[in-house]
Structures are given as structure tokens and as C-alpha cells.
Design a protein around this ligand. Structure first.
Ligand code: FES
Length: 155
């Protein structure tokens, strides 16, 4: 039996359960990604969803992107037509990952600033409006828009 299984060509299309087991991505997430246009399925003669085996690579890219904190919308935009093609190539991956680099660098810089500001606060607890760098003394950042511009890279 083992030799028979080894000699069989891998199936070109997978059920959502097979895709989930092989990728480690929950079925609910696979359906969510499909609704969001990141992956695609086809219908078989019985009208069941079947996913091209190539979707495994797309799922891997999605999970890597999410692990790096990339927004799903950004992942979808970067995938572009590659998500709908039959094969996600090495050059597709190079293009996608290069596109994420500046976003990652921006967030790394913001996190580094946050770490540097927190260093003086850890164990302090004063929350001084005059001198604590974590609470925006004098509301200097008010002119930079809503949110926390000092932490998200705008300042
Ligand atoms: S809590 Fe004291 S300096 Fe920030």
C-alpha cells in the first residue's frame, strides 16, 4: 500500500479539509481568505469546492505575511494576479516580499522608538505630564493628527 501511495501523482485539486490539514490553516480561515479574494476555488461535478494544489503556496505566503504583521488587504494587493494564477513562482514571492520590506522597516523603527521611550518608564509609574515621553508632554503631537503619531512613525 505504501508503494502504491508513493507512486500516485499528487491530486491537482484538494478539498477544503485536505487543504486545511496540509497547510495547517483552519477551514474557517480558508473560507475567509476565499471571500476576501486571496485564494480561489472551483466547483466539481457535484458542486463541491475544490482548491488547486497551487493554493498551498498562496496560503504559505498569506501566513508569512500575517506573521510579519502585514494587513490582509496589503497581502491581497501584493499577491495581485499571482493569487489567481495556477502557480505562485519564486519571482512572485521575491516581488511580494520586497514590497513588504519598507512597511516592515517603518514598523520596526516605530517599535524601536516605543521601546526607547518605554525604557525610562519601566518601573517609574509617574506618568508626568511634564516629562514622561510616553504620554506626549504638552500634547505636542496634537497637530500631527489623531492616534499616536509618535508611535506609528509619523513623528
Ligand atoms: S512613567 Fe515616569 S517617565 Fe514615563
Amino acid at each position: 500500500l505504501k508503494n502504491n501511495q508513493q507512486n500516485q501523482a499528487p491530486e491537482k485539486f484538494l478539498t477544503v479539509g485536505m487543504l486545511s490539514r496540509r497547510s495547517g490553516v483552519p477551514v474557517s480561515a480558508i473560507h475567509f481568505y476565499e471571500r476576501k479574494g486571496l485564494i480561489r476555488s472551483e466547483r466539481d461535478a457535484s458542486n463541491y469546492r475544490r482548491f488547486p494544489r497551487s493554493v498551498l503556496r498562496v496560503l504559505a505566503v498569506i501566513r508569512v505575511g500575517q506573521g510579519a504583521g502585514i494587513r490582509l488587504e496589503e497581502i491581497r494587493e501584493r499577491l495581485g494576479d499571482a493569487a489567481q494564477s495556477s502557480t505562485l513562482t519564486a519571482s512572485d514571492w521575491a516581488r511580494i516580499s520586497a514590497g513588504w520590506e519598507s512597511d516592515l522597516n517603518t514598523r520596526i523603527a516605530a517599535l524601536s522608538r516605543m521601546r526607547d521611550r518605554l525604557t525610562g518608564c519601566i518601573g517609574c509609574g509617574c506618568l508626568s505630564m511634564a516629562s514622561c515621553p510616553s504620554i506626549n508632554p504638552g500634547d505636542r503631537a496634537a497637530g500631527d493628527g489623531p492616534g499616536a503619531p509618535g508611535l506609528d512613525g509619523r513623528v
